[in-house]
Ligand binder design. Structure first.
Ligand SMILES: [Zn+2]
Length: 457
């Protein structure tokens, strides 16, 4: 690890992040559109300025007749490419939101303070605190502020290298994990979109090489998590939803996972006394290391949706196994290996061609037909998965270490009938959304920028 990286991952002040969360929670619940919402935005803007961010501004928006305010701060680099680091300052209607997501905003502010001290950078860093992430509570849309932000990018979106969203952080019993979740594709009913493999690989490798490794989805059940979030519409998402559905590379981090979920989520008891400064520092270190990787990773394009992370420990120290590129060139993930700020980043790609995973049968977790609410986390029960009896031919042609066996098991959860069954379970909301007007391509291979402004699930 280079010296700059070492300094970065060592420095984030978890106590300071906790104080920001406490300050925001002291407002009481401040959901999107409430009178306290602008007060929260002003607090974040003032802290962005104090942290040394430049061009700090409020971004007012209106969606479905409700007004909100995003907060944006910038650290400039000479070139056009930029990285987004984000959190959200609005809360669920009844929650003061210390954990969700005042603490994420606290990490955003403190990360900004550290990164502002770095004299130069390869890519512009844009810090955004969104409003309206909890827009589900209005019954009208989801992630309203980030949708407005993505829409505001217009053709600039093509210069977005990647976006990382900091969600729900500071849980002492949790573990920092990356959540790349398959969301409903707004343009292709019944299909999903997910963070590209090259982004997931860069984030995992960057955090690991920075000494603060992120797990993938769950510290214990990463092998199960991955097919689960591709198969079921899990009711877990962050503002990355707005980016991914627009064809932009993004994922979110949290220290809540399927096996350890913050107990006071969206409740009036989500107060600062539940937060742990050490856990915030730990997440902050992972975030800084991951952002450092996003600043430096080679520019990629393409959806690259087929990947699987495997490795010892089923969560920590994972390596991404990219599918070998079918259209020439080497696997995208390989290009990420050996970047600055660390040792060899990724394990060599193996030829892996995951097949579509099966939708659940009768009695399984079905796809919601209407806009879901998410007053509670909805962990996927292992028992709800299809039995692993009908593994795809060739999925396990290599025997051997645990990682491979896990991979084989995970692939075995699906079958050839998966795709039609998944397609049959069309999300009514996605169907009604229709094709959004493309406002600008993000790389030729990535297709047009899609900016849906309706709730999709
Ligand atoms: Zn949140």
């Amino acid at each position: 690890m280079s010296l700059p990286c070492l300094i970065l991952v060592a420095a984030l002040d978890g106590q300071a992040a906790l104080q920001h969360a406490a300050a925001l929670a002291a407002l009481g619940p401040h959901p999107w559109g409430s009178p306290r919402g602008p007060v929260a935005a002003e607090y974040v803007a003032s802290q962005f300025r104090a942290a040394g961010l430049q061009e700090v501004r409020l971004q007012p928006f209106e969606s479905h007749g409700i007004k909100g305010t995003n907060v944006i701060g910038v650290l400039r680099a000479p070139g056009p490419e930029f990285v987004v680091l984000a959190a959200h300052h609005d809360t669920a209607p009844a929650a003061p939101g210390a954990y969700d997501d005042g603490a994420g905003v606290g990490i955003l502010i403190e990360a900004g303070r550290i990164l502002a001290r770095v004299p130069s950078r390869p890519r512009t860093l844009v810090f955004v605190s969104f409003d309206g992430e909890e827009a589900w509570s209005t019954g009208k849309t989801t992630t309203a502020g980030s949708r407005a932000y993505v829409q505001s990018l217009g053709n600039e979106a093509r210069n977005l290298a990647g976006a990382l969203v900091v969600e729900m952080s500071g849980f002492k019993g949790g573990t920092p994990v990356l959540h790349p979740i398959a969301y409903a594709d707004p343009l292709k009913p019944g299909r999903s979109v997910i963070a590209p493999g090259w982004l997931v690989g860069a984030l995992l490798a960057g955090s690991r090489d920075g000494g603060a490794p992120l797990g993938l989805g769950d510290p214990w059940l990463a092998w199960l998590y991955q097919p689960a979030v591709r198969t079921f519409r899990v009711r877990l998402y962050g503002d990355d939803l707005s980016f991914v559905q627009a064809g932009l590379p993004a994922a979110f981090v949290s220290d809540s996972s399927f096996t350890a979920f913050y107990p006071w989520y969206h409740q009036a008891t989500d107060t600062p006394d539940k937060l742990d400064a050490g856990a915030l520092g730990r997440m902050g270190a992972s975030v800084l290391a991951a952002v450092s990787a996003l600043e430096r990773m080679p520019r990629s394009s393409g959806a690259d949706p087929a990947w699987f992370a495997a490795g010892p420990g089923a969560g920590r120290g994972m390596a991404l196994r990219p599918r070998r590129a079918l259209r020439g060139a080497r696997p995208p993930g390989r290009a990420l290996a050996g970047r600055r700020c660390g040792r060899r980043a990724l394990a060599p790609g193996r030829s892996l061609r995951p097949r579509p995973l099966a939708a659940p049968g009768a009695g399984g977790v079905g796809l919601p037909a209407a806009l879901p609410r998410r007053p509670r986390p909805a962990p996927v029960a292992p028992g709800a998965l299809a039995p692993p009896a009908a593994g795809p031919p060739g999925a396990g042609r290599r025997g051997g270490p645990a990682g491979l066996r896990l991979r084989r098991l995970a692939l075995g959860l699906g079958g050839r009938g998966g795709a039609p069954r998944l397609r049959a379970a069309v999300d009514a909301s996605a169907r009604s959304a229709g094709p959004a007007a493309p406002t600008g391509p993000r790389g030729a291979a990535a297709g047009p920028l899609r900016v849906p402004d309706r709730a999709l699930w």
